[in-house]
Design a protein around this ligand. Structure first.
Ligand SMILES: Cc1cc2nc3c(=O)[nH]c(=O)nc-3n(C[C@H](O)[C@H](O)[C@H](O)COP(=O)(O)O)c2cc1C
Length: 368
């Protein structure tokens, strides 16, 4: 018999979708929409999710030892999980400690933390919050090459293990929700990792940031960043197999099959559908990661079966952070890890590295 309290108090989140509802209650409508929204008609945003449902999992049974380990290797380093925190900007709008809160929770959960150029906390403070946990710096290359060189040096110095270079922005996609609401990031949150240009008053708005970014990058810039970084470089925002091959040819250690969570060009493929052609084109020349719409342990399983080494999640981490700070981030990551373990166990696989292509097939066909 439900009590009055049961009917009023929201129940604790049990899955990543519930965390989104918790964040909806915690955030103002405009801030929620800024995180949740996508580009254009949000076709790609919706398809990132819908496409996962089209891939079916074919489990194997009676295999002792299934689900024994979630550990894998990412860029040659051991990782407790094949699940990472995607780089996402302006975490100060979600929690006063911003990226530091996310980083400490990611370290506890065993998930590598990717840190955006547009973080509201400094690379050094976030590194401290991560402690022994793995961290990766995401570069939005700036027009001023000196700024890029300085950021890469700071990342190396602060123990970041790799550099992600995001290539599907600038400019920003058409984000109609934000245009309608007039939402803008409070400038006083601060962007300590990009120095304002000389003569600027010191507070950078998102408009300023896109003006400062290099909107005219080419493959020779990737080569230059690889040479400068002194760390493995991973190119984020790849959908075309030919671009994945070019990334490897220009020295990238990996690519991220990503459409920026459906926030940039609308109408591009869902990432889970774009993944396998990229994996095949690369045939092992670079590691492949994928993000966009991963919400369930079975999504992680499907992505790994189609050839990804690891997945990244963006919005679910934001929802956990907004609703419950670091405890929320930890809960989101451990919920996904635990669902993934169930998927491995019921799928008949001992560990991520043993997941095979035969475990998934497109829903409209039949299992091989
Ligand atoms: C609010 C928000 C801010 C983001 N900021 C960045 C960023 O600064 N750099 C970047 O490379 N990607 C950024 N992304 C894209 C994410 O890294 C990632 O590709 C995407 O969120 C994955 O999809 P998901 O949110 O469905 O998991 C952002 C995404 C969101 C939702």
């Amino acid at each position: 018999m439900p009590t009055g309290d049961d009917r009023i108090a929201p129940r604790p989140p049990v899955n990543l979708h519930d965390w989104e509802e918790s964040a909806r209650r915690a955030l103002g409508r405009d801030a929620f929409d800024y995180v949740a929204g996508g580009g254009g008609d949000e076709v790609t945003l919706r398809d990132n999710r819908a496409a996962f449902a089209r891939w079916k999992v074919l489990p194997r049974v009676l295999r002792p030892g299934s689900g024994a380990s979630l550990a894998t290797e990412i860029l040659g380093r051991p990782s407790a999980l094949p699940i990472m925190v995607a780089p996402f900007a302006y975490q100060g709008i979600l929690d006063p400690a911003g990226e530091c809160a996310t980083a400490s929770a990611a370290a506890v959960a065993g998930a590598p933390m990717c840190v955006s150029t547009l973080a509201n906390r400094s690379l050094e403070d976030i590194a401290k919050a991560t402690g022994d946990g793995d961290r990766i710096f995401q570069l939005y290359a700036q027009k001023d090459e000196g700024v890029n060189v300085e950021m890469l040096a700071r990342a190396r110095e602060a123990g970041y293990r790799a550099v992600i270079v995001t290539v599907d922005l600038p400019p920003f996609g058409s984000r109609d929700r934000d245009t309608r609401s007039g939402f803008s990031i409070p400038a006083d949150l601060g962007l300590p990792n990009i120095p304002p240009p000389p003569g600027h008053d010191g507070t950078l708005t998102p408009h300023d940031t896109s003006f400062l970014m290099n909107a005219d990058m080419g493959w020779s810039d990737i080569e230059r960043i690889v040479a400068e970084a002194g760390l493995p470089v991973v190119v984020k925002g790849i959908l075309a197999p030919a671009d994945a091959v070019l990334a490897a040819e220009h020295g990238a250690a990996g690519v991220i099959v990503s459409n920026h969570g459906g926030r940039q060009l609308d109408g591009v493929p869902a990432t889970i559908d774009a993944l396998e052609p990229v994996v095949q084109a690369l045939s092992g020349r670079a590691e492949v990661w994928v993000d966009g719409g991963v919400r369930r342990g079975t999504d992680v399983l499907a992505a790994l079966a189609l050839g990804a080494r690891a997945i990244l999640i963006g919005r679910p981490v934001a929802w956990g952070l907004a609703a419950a700070g670091p405890a929320g981030v930890e809960a989101v990551l451990s919920t996904l890890a635990s669902e993934f373990q169930t998927a491995l166990t019921l799928g008949g696989v001992a560990s991520p590295t043993e997941i095979s292509r035969e475990m998934v097939y497109p829903g409209r066909g039949s299992p091989a």
